[in-house]
Design a protein around this ligand. Structure first.
Ligand code: ATP
Length: 398
């Protein structure tokens, strides 16, 4: 529902607020394409020329064009860049630079309080995952951090500036991959990237950017002919072409097959290795576990937990779970009493026992199985998965 709403919203804004600017963008694009067809050197010159003339509106960018991030502020005017050095935060004796600082952030849409007072920091060079159920307020928060939405209350600093007031220079330091992007169907991947490279003072080379996202072999493929996964990679490439310091990835692997997702994770990990800061929203817990240095969980507009994937929600200190299946015909009552008293049966027919210190229970179970010449081939000891913790944390908001 929210997804459908977003699609309508993007189109609505795009048509209503950005029609005039779209024309301007199209003229710039046509200039770039003609120049590209005339040869690579003139394409570069046309790109650079269009950078000076384009004041890209944010609804256009929200409809999927990273290039417009080199454009003007929310009101369509080139806003003043606020220059304040990002804060240095000392935690546990380690000094870290806070790239994003949020204090008491609130956003209401009429009577709906989408963001109800959140505090967070994101540090330079980390992957920060922002998790939460549908409608929790993630996109609203991200749009405020990107400078696309005005907040109702609170203090926000992103790369040392207030996103509501920051301008062209600040936008060029940020890359965005939206939930739904619509690259121009008739352009090739290379043309598309060249066009947007022209909006930035120091773009990343097109060939290097294509390579980074695994699209080197698709430079000449028209965007309209790309598979969903390839288009998503192109979205990432568009966000990277300006060589941003901070990248917002809004559900970047939704709709990917497992192989494409693995490869996208490789790309994202590679960006962190390049020293980029990444703000990631995702509904895939394994994605957060694989990529995130830190996680915040949002539910009904409030942050209900923050931590590393290993510590979120006290995951590192909670009881372990021993799980196994008994061989056919062996009843639970045959187990040694210390085990039988603690086991519960799961919906899948496994037996589970929780223990803060699982060693003695495991030893008892092992000795019993050996004494009775029984095998327990699916015996496992594990802590709750990130998904278990997440579901528990967000249960009350549903
Ligand atoms: P999802 O995971 O589905 O993308 P989300 O966490 O990004 O959800 P938001 O899109 O930020 O959630 O929405 C938070 C709440 O604000 C929801 O109740 C949504 O219906 C409402 N909302 C979002 N944008 C608007 C808007 N422009 N006008 C009115 N209500 C809105």
């Amino acid at each position: 529902m929210v997804l459908i709403y977003k699609r309508i919203k993007a189109h609505h804004q795009w048509h209503r607020e950005a029609a005039a600017a779209l024309e301007q963008q199209r003229s710039a694009r046509d200039g770039v394409i003609s120049a590209q067809r005339a040869g690579p050197q003139s394409a570069g010159a046309a790109g650079a020329g269009s950078a000076a003339s384009v004041g890209g509106p944010e609804p256009y960018a929200r409809a999927g064009w990273a290039g417009a991030f080199a454009g003007a502020g929310p009101d369509g005017q080139a806003a003043k860049v606020i220059s304040r050095a990002p804060a240095q935060v000392v935690e546990e004796g380690v000094s870290r630079t806070a790239v994003i600082e949020v204090r008491g952030l609130r956003k209401s849409y009429g009577s709906v309080e989408a963001v109800a007072g959140i505090d967070l920091e994101v540090y330079a060079g980390e992957v920060f995952a922002f998790l939460g159920p549908n409608g929790a307020g993630k996109t609203t928060t991200v749009e405020i951090l990107e400078g696309f939405r005005q907040r109702t209350a609170g203090d926000v600093s992103v790369l040392g500036a207030d996103p509501a007031k920051a301008g062209r220079g600040w936008r060029a330091r940020i890359g965005v991959v939206l939930q739904e992007a619509e690259p121009e169907a008739e352009l090739t991947a290379g043309e598309c990237l060249s066009m947007y490279a022209g909006y930035y003072a120091r773009p990343r080379p097109v060939a290097e950017t294509l390579e980074l996202v695994g699209l080197s072999n698709h430079r000449a493929t028209r965007c309209g002919r790309m598979s969903g996964g390839q288009r998503r990679r192109l979205d990432v490439a568009l966000a990277l072409i300006g060589d941003p310091e901070l990248i917002f990835l809004d559900e970047p692997t939704t709709g990917f097959d497992p192989a494409a997702r693995q490869s996208a994770w490789g790309v994202i990990a590679g960006l962190r290795d390049l020293g980029k800061t990444i703000f990631l929203t995702t509904h895939y817990m394994e994605e957060a576990e694989e990529l995130a240095d830190r996680i915040a969980v949002l539910a009904a507009g409030r942050i209900v937990a923050q931590g590393t994937p290993a510590t979120l929600g006290g995951r590192d200190t909670e009881a372990s779970v021993i799980s196994f299946t008994l061989p056919p015909g062996v009843p639970v009552t045959d187990l040694p009493p210390a085990v039988a008293d603690r086991v519960t049966r799961t919906a899948g027919g496994h037996l589970e026992a929780e223990a803060t210190s699982p060693g003695p229970l495991l030893a008892e179970l092992g000795s019993w199985a050996e004494a009775h010449h029984l095998d327990l081939p699916d015996l496992q000891v594990h802590r709750h998965t990130l998904e278990d913790v997440y579901l528990q944390l967000t249960r009350e908001s549903r």
